[in-house]
Structure formats: structure tokens, C-alpha cells
Write a protein that binds this ligand. Sequence first.
Ligand SMILES: Cc1cc2nc3c(=O)[nH]c(=O)nc-3n(C[C@H](O)[C@H](O)[C@H](O)COP(=O)(O)OP(=O)(O)OC[C@H]3O[C@@H](n4cnc5c(N)ncnc54)[C@H](O)[C@@H]3O)c2cc1C
Length: 305
Amino acid sequence: MIDKEMFSGILKENEIRFSEPMKDHTTFRTGGPADCFITPGSMDALISAVDICKREEIPFLVIGKGSNLLVGDKGIRGVVIKIDAPLDKTAISREGGKITVDAMAGISMMKLASYLMVEGIGGFEFASGIPGTMGGGLYMNAGAYGGELKDVVVSATCITADGDIKERTKEELDLSYRHSSLMENGDIVLSVKIELFEKDREDIKALMDDLKERRREKQPIEYPSAGSTFKRPEGYFAGKLIADSGLKGASVGGACVSEKHAGFIINKGDATSADIKALIEHVTDKVLRDTGVRLVPEVRFTGEF
Ligand SMILES: Cc1cc2nc3c(=O)[nH]c(=O)nc-3n(C[C@H](O)[C@H](O)[C@H](O)COP(=O)(O)OP(=O)(O)OC[C@H]3O[C@@H](n4cnc5c(N)ncnc54)[C@H](O)[C@@H]3O)c2cc1C
């Protein structure tokens, strides 16, 4: 049984909610209620909250901006811990030409990219249009337009499954295409250290503007989605395979394969997570039948469907 008392002295009144609709915390705008939903206001509060969940053997899930999550319509049992602002501070250290940025897990990658532009720090432009946090970004090894976090990450401070606070090296993080060791070991990211370089502000801005325009042209950013629904199969593009299977515009309930970019499943307004899941399965089956290629979702499924 989860109650407010468990977190007393750790969370403020407005940092704990019950039966919180997850559709308010996912970019798909779907998902049922989380039994308990907390937003720790400091690193100490976060560490203590995780410790309590472990000690009391309450299942918990850490999320960032919910931009890669499909949460079941029946919601999430246990505690959802959202790491977002105010856990979004950064520290910059400059030594010679080398610049190290230590970013808390809750900072949005978009906000960090804008901040680094103002500071004249280059190398992070690729992430300027990815609507997740640094924690979620590291978990997914997020990337776009030829860059990925793997290119810039030095290390990350994490809570391990044993409850220890440990600095994980880049090697330990085992980053590869949309994969990190966090997917296997359950580490929780507190902060991420990245190495970047000095760059002219105008050049950073020009690159970020270009990437933004390319996204606006190609992606259905006007609709709720979780970005690319599927991982890129080796040697193919998921969007092209889906389009070639005649699935552009295919729909289940309010879920629809985008006409603009078939790699995106969008919520046309009243989709449920069950609609989105059914459409993902339909697309996977049809593409497998037509081409022999098995698409694997990039989107993470969680909660009860
Ligand atoms: C319009 C749109 C465009 C997108 N474009 C891109 C793109 O170009 N490239 C790309 O890679 N992705 C893209 N995405 C997907 C998404 O933004 C990324 O996967 C992002 O990294 C997810 O971050 P998040 O904070 O939202 O994580 P969430 O969706 O909240 O969580 C994702 C996973 O990370 C885990 N997690 C979150 N925070 C932590 C933490 N602190 N410690 C441990 N685990 C954690 C969660 O448990 C979950 O399993 C896009 C999404 C949208 C909606």
C-alpha cells in the first residue's frame, strides 16, 4: 500500500499525486493512471525516494518527458518517478580547448542545446530537436542527423540496482544504436558528463535552424507521437518499408500511420494506447509478410494494456 506518509519529509505536498493520468506525461497523449506519481524536487529527494521504493519493495518506473513511451490504458502499478525540471542544472568546465558539461538527468536536450548555443559550445546540435531529457536520452542513446549521445558522452552518475551511487564509464554504458546498458542493469541516471568543443555561435545556430527545418518538412510534429515508432532495420529504412507496404494512412481507432512520414504512428486525437499497440502489430505483420523484414519498436511499452 503506497501512501503519502512513506515519503514524508522527502517530498513536498505538490510533488506526490495519486491516480495520475499518464496521458498528461507522454507525448503520445495516451496512457492510464499511475497509482502514485512523484516529481522529486532535489537529487537528495530523488535518491531517498528510490531508496524507499526499493526498501518497501514497491515497483517503480523512472521517466523523463515520456517522449518514447507507450503506457497501457490500464495504467501503471506502483510509483512513477518523473525526473524533469527542477533536476535540470548544468555545470560547464573549460580546460584548454576541451569543454566538459555535466548535465543533470532532468534537463531537456532541447533546452541544453539552446543553452550551449548561447555559450558558444558546439557538438550537441544533433540533439536540439529531440524532445526528451538527458536521462531518457542516455537510456535510449538518442540520436539524429548523424549524431548520437554515444559521440559525446564521457560518463554518467547513476543509482545502481544495489542502491549505490556510481560513476559509469562510457564503456560500462555500452552505447550502441538505441541501446545502453541501462536497459539491462536498471541503473537510474542522475547526471551525464559530455565532452564538447568551442564553436562560433552563428555556426551553431545555422546548423540547429537547418535541422529544425528538415524536421518540420519531413516529420508530422503537429500530431502527438513518440517520434520514430520503429528502429531502423539494418540496410533499410522503416518508413520506406511501411510506405512500400501501402500502409501510409492505415489506422486503428485514433492511431494512424502518418501520411507525411510512414515511420511515425500518430495520435489523431482520440487514440488509446490499445489502438497504437494494435496498429504497431498490424504494421509489423504486414511488413514482415511483404518483405521478410521484422520491424522492432523503438517505442518502449510499459504498464498494463
Ligand atoms: C516528435 C518526436 C521526435 C523525436 N525524435 C527523436 C530523434 O530524432 N532521435 C531519437 O533518438 N529519439 C527521438 N524521439 C524519441 C525520444 O524523444 C527519445 O527516445 C528520448 O531520448 C526519450 O527521452 P525521455 O526523457 O522522453 O524518456 P522517456 O520517454 O520518459 O523514457 C524512455 C526510457 O528511458 C528510461 N528513462 C528515462 N529517464 C531515465 C533516467 N533518468 N534514468 C534511467 N532511465 C530513464 C525510461 O524508464 C524509459 O524506459 C522523438 C520523439 C518525439 C515525440
